[in-house]
Design a protein. Structure first.
Lengths: 147, 147
DNA sequence: ATTGAGATCAAGAATTATTCTAAAAAAGGA
DNA sequence: TCCTTTTTTAGAATAATTCTTGATCTCAAT
């Protein structure tokens, strides 16, 4: 968890923007639900329990604000709903086709995600997005047991 | 172009499914527009010129059929419209933020795209999706000249 | 050739995630 | 407090895609 921000660090990163109740709440919910990589509506459902007046539009707004401020990461796979992630490490995501779980995959020590790719000279990578689909260890174990 | 399919190879891959005029046409259009990585509606616009009766729904259907048959690849970046690509090499995509072009990035010889990633033991990768955003060599050159 | 079954296509409606709009509420500073 | 700016809210709008339904086409058996 060391790479999840504290609230004060978050306030910093917001720059001039205000640290509002809604922003704090959405951030907390994203952290709370981090292992599930929640979508905007999942965040909304959970946030509503804690602040019934919050609106879906606000959740979307805040998620965008936090993403732009570099406080959370937006994760996309195929054309599914975006998911959000408080992990600021450079990392990839693994999506299990069987149990629909998502988990973070860290970059190896000193590894370079671009290394295997034959980029044309002079390209400048600003962002890299790596997603894997497949079967997670838990599901493989289960299906092995069945066979 | 060696790794783009001929029509007969395509017919094979369709399995039981029929090689129809629409499927042939959509496939040809995707090949023709390959360097631009067209979206469904771009494919539709071009296809309509050659077969005015074709419908957008058919273009979507065919693109899905071809993708499922492994004849073309569906390429997603963030939540933008899907693009389609007849390149069947293992490859990544680079999206230029400045000129909005997309190009293929090949895997280096003998390289393994998963190598930099610290996958938990026992995961089975079925598909890997790598997208990079940044500035392409052409745009960098241009902006260098301006500065 | 004819016919029947199943595959495919066309057109438009429906869906889903997301963004936009406009007005109300909240926050900070003078 | 009052004014200005930011933020929030609710609902409308949008964009890409999928779904539905009836029409059309294909193939294979007659």
């Amino acid at each position: 968890m060391e790479h999840q921000l504290t609230e004060s660090a978050m306030a910093e990163m917001l720059g001039g923007q205000r640290m509002t109740k809604q922003r704090r709440l959405v951030f907390d919910v994203v952290k709370e639900l981090a292992p599930t990589h929640p979508t905007a509506s999942t965040v909304y459902e959970r946030a509503k329990l804690l602040m019934p007046s919050i609106s879906l539009a606000t959740v979307y707004n805040v998620l965008e604000t936090l993403t732009e401020a570099g406080i959370i990461t937006q994760v996309n796979i195929d054309r599914e709903a975006s998911r959000f992630c408080p992990n600021l490490h450079p990392h990839a995501h693994f999506f299990c086709d069987q149990c629909d779980s998502v988990f973070d995959v860290d970059l190896r020590e000193r590894a370079d995600a671009a290394e295997p790719w034959n980029l044309p000279n002079g390209s400048l990578i600003e962002q890299m997005n790596v997603a894997m689909r497949g079967i997670c260890p838990e599901c493989r174990e289960k299906s092995d047991a069945t066979n």
